[in-house]
Each structure stands twice: as structure tokens, then as C-alpha cells.
Design a protein around this ligand. Structure first.
Ligand code: PGA
Length: 253
């Protein structure tokens, strides 16, 4: 049985003051106790500058923290980049790689995303590897072709290490739009991703958490999270509201 995994992705939002208030609400509503008692993996992926603040505020809790990107290089002349080792210094447990906003606005390709996942694993953190089709790819019926290609690049590079990764299926047309695939449509893609993993490594396929992301909200989470191959969520907007974040954690119960 795979544990429920709920990862908040704050994207480029927050301030010292608002982060403090949000985390205090998340803690006082009992999200940490929920994670502890249900053995769910719950984490917040925050902008780089707030890692020290968030690691301090969550230190005594059962909520982990992570980053939203990482360099594929270990160190050196890469102005503006942040290495996996630096993130590990702050106790990060997770790193989102290949988010569609990185693929779209920073031209990150499948090969680079795979190398970022590898760098994350080498620093003993868990990469959350995002895959997903754009709206036009969806309309053209290319969803499975696209997500298979994105996952295959990672499988080719990581080989046996895939068991230590998390995959997130995020249809680009669903991110921040309020549109969501039906639970069965999402399940079909998750199933396909798991079959692809199984062809590669049967045991890993049964262990790897495949999260759904894209306008996941308290009112649609229950049906999506009830699907057999949807193991949790990568949550953008709703992770910025403590009540919604708690409701999402509880939605699968
Ligand atoms: P959203 O974002 O929940 O705001 O749609 C999800 C994501 O981009 O990870």
C-alpha cells in the first residue's frame, strides 16, 4: 500500500510575514498531527529564500519541506542556480523537477529534467518529477504520447533509482485554471504511467507514488484521490490556504 502524499507548491508566492501566518495556521489546524497519525507524507515546497524560515517553523512537526527546482550541476560558475547539496543543507526532503512552468518559461527539456532528478537523488532527497500535456496536445489526443516520452527520459537516466522518486501528473491545461480531468480520465493516465514503470521495474512500479496536480481543491479531491493509481496531490493555489490544505489532506480518508 502506498502512503498518501500531499505536497504543497507555493510557487513564487509568500513573504516572511505571510509565510509565518500560513504555517502557524497549518500547524494550529492540526496538519502535522494528521500527517503523523495517518502516516501520510505531507510537505511544502517553497521559494529558495524562505527555506531557512520554513525549515525553522516546521522543524518540530511531521510536515517536511522542499524546493521547487534545482541545478543539475554540483557547483561552479552557474550564476543564479542552486545545487542539490545546498538544498540538503537546509534539511530539504523533496525537490520538484520539471514543473510545466519551468518547462514552459525556462525551456527545460526532458533530458535536463532527468539530470535534475538525478542530482536530487545524489543528495539523498526525493525528486517530484512532473509530467503533463499542454492543452493543444490534449485536444490532439496526444496526452499519453507526451507523458510517456517525459517519463521515459527519466527512466533512461535513473534506471534502478526510479523507486526513490515521486511522479506528478499535471495536465498543463488544468494548472491554475479551475479545469480538471474527470477522475477516470486522470486515473487512465496514472495507470498508463504505472504500466510504463512496471515494464521497466515491476517492484518500483508498485512503490512509486504518482500524484495528481492541477486545480486540486477540497471539492474535487475526494473523487480524484479515491482512484486506485492516484496516490496524492501536488497542490498549488489550495496550498496557500490553511483550511483548504487541511481539507485536501483529509479528502482521501
Ligand atoms: P494549482 O497548481 O493547484 O494552482 O493548479 C498545481 C501546480 O502547478 O503544481
Amino acid at each position: 500500500m502506498r502512503p498518501l502524499t500531499i505536497i504543497g507548491n507555493w510557487k513564487m508566492n509568500g513573504s516572511l510575514e505571510s509565510n509565518q501566518a500560513l504555517i502557524q495556521s497549518i500547524l494550529s489546524l492540526g496538519v502535522s498531527e494528521f500527517a503523523k497519525n495517518s502516516k501520510a507524507q505531507v510537505a511544502l515546497c517553497v521559494p529558495y529564500p524562505y527555506l531557512p524560515q520554513v525549515s525553522h517553523l516546521l522543524n518540530q512537526s511531521s510536515i517536511a519541506w522542499g524546493a521547487q527546482d534545482v541545478s543539475d550541476h554540483p557547483n561552479g560558475a552557474y550564476t543564479g542556480d542552486v545545487s542539490a547539496k545546498m538544498l540538503q543543507d537546509f534539511g530539504c526532503r523533496y525537490v520538484i523537477v520539471g514543473h510545466s512552468e519551468r518547462r514552459q518559461f525556462h525551456q527545460e527539456g526532458d533530458g535536463l529534467v532527468a539530470r535534475k532528478a538525478k542530482a536530487t537523488l545524489q543528495a539523498n532527497m526525493t525528486p517530484i518529477i512532473c509530467v503533463g500535456e499542454t492543452e493543444s496536445e490534449h485536444d490532439d489526443g496526444k496526452t499519453l504520447v507526451v507523458v510517456r516520452r517525459q517519463l521515459q527520459a527519466v527512466l533512461d537516466l535513473l534506471q534502478g533509482q526510479i523507486a526513490s522518486c515521486i511522479i506528478a501528473y499535471e495536465p498543463v491545461w488544468a494548472i491554475g485554471t479551475g479545469k480538471v480531468p474527470s477522475p477516470q480520465q486522470a486515473q487512465d493516465v496514472h495507470r498508463e504511467l504505472r504500466l510504463q514503470l512496471a515494464k521497466f521495474d515491476d517492484e518500483a512500479a508498485s512503490k512509486v507514488a504518482i500524484l495528481y496536480g492541477g486545480s486540486l481543491k477540497p471539492d474535487n479531491a475526494k473523487d480524484l484521490l479515491a482512484m486506485p493509481d492516484i496516490d496524492g496531490g501536488l497542490v498549488g493555489g489550495a496550498s496557500l490556504n490553511a483550511e483548504d490544505f487541511l481539507a485536501l489532506c483529509q479528502a482521501s480518508q
